[in-house]
Design a protein around this ligand. Structure first.
Ligand SMILES: [Zn+2]
Length: 276
């Protein structure tokens, strides 16, 4: 529904450490519907309630047989998005959570989610899969456990994964693959890669691949190859020239090429269109 329309000229482009925020001519509040994606088959429902670069990305996998849920990344706004489902079963149904890397738009919702689970008195342990050495995730998780050590009714475990690691629950079988991602596009900080993973998750016979944030690399190809659904980041509108320096993200064109390796794919993590 169109709530309100803003009509603005392009005023400026603002460079952040993470991406270039393009200010667009005309938008409305429902523009954020453009950052929502859904897919399903007989075994699993995949919802991306929201994904935009430098804002937040959350992917929710739900097993159709059991209702159990797995999260891929936990961006800001996740609690609101989960509550929009109309019930609070997610409080105990979520396990595990897999985090692709430690940037704020992928881990920013953890504190809210932990807080809600604590308030609702979750009791079953929560497993969180993180890239080895992901200091942001480790400090958030450890900090939360320390803060509420006498009043947290459930355990929060983290597991550091690397190339080819696996982590299985009864409902979600996860394999991780290293991908190539860093904080800065251009040559600033060139070559300093963050701990970053893509994941392949098997639910029944269905495989969902998620690239996380990455430039083109063999890990990203492995993640999406032959997946029933590949969820691929497509941050950049255009592919930079080959000599343009250090790369951080995929372009839409590169993501579409990568998607051809999978049976079906969706593109997420686009640069958001924001009012000035
Ligand atoms: Zn991101």
């Amino acid at each position: 529904m169109l709530v309100k329309t803003y009509n603005t000229d392009i005023e400026h482009q603002r460079e952040t450490g993470h991406f270039t925020l393009g200010i667009v001519r005309s938008m409305n509040r429902s523009v954020f519907d453009n950052y929502r994606t859904e897919w399903e088959n007989d075994e699993v429902s995949v919802k991306v309630p929201f994904s935009a670069a430098g804002v937040g990305t959350t992917i929710v996998l739900t097993s159709k047989f059991t209702g159990k849920m797995m999260l891929l990344d936990v961006g800001d706004g996740i609690l609101r998005d989960l509550l929009l489902s109309g019930n609070t079963n997610f409080v105990s149904d979520i396990n595990p959570i897999a985090l692709s890397h430690g940037h704020f738009d992928h881990v920013g919702g953890l504190h809210s989610l932990f807080g809600f689970m604590r308030m609702m008195e979750r009791t079953n342990p929560l497993n969180i899969l993180i890239p080895t050495g992901c200091s942001e995730a480790i400090s958030i998780i450890k900090g939360y456990r320390d803060l509420y050590r006498t009043s947290l009714p459930f355990k929060i475990w983290y597991h550091e994964l690397s190339q080819g690691s696996g982590f299985d629950t009864d409902f979600f079988k996860t394999k991780s693959f290293e991908v190539e991602h860093s904080s800065f596009e251009s040559d600033q900080g060139a070559g300093v890669l963050e701990p970053a993973l893509g994941f392949r998750v098997q639910i029944g016979e269905t495989v969902v691949g998620y690239t996380g944030d990455t430039r083109l690399c063999s890990g990203a190809e492995t993640v999406v190859r032959d997946a029933n659904l590949a969820i691929i980041e497509a941050t950049r509108k255009e592919t930079p020239a080959p000599d343009s320096g250090h790369r951080v993200h995929l372009s839409v064109e590169e993501a579409n090429e990568l998607g051809k390796l999978a049976k079906e794919y969706v593109l997420i993590h686009k640069v958001p269109e924001m009012p000035p």
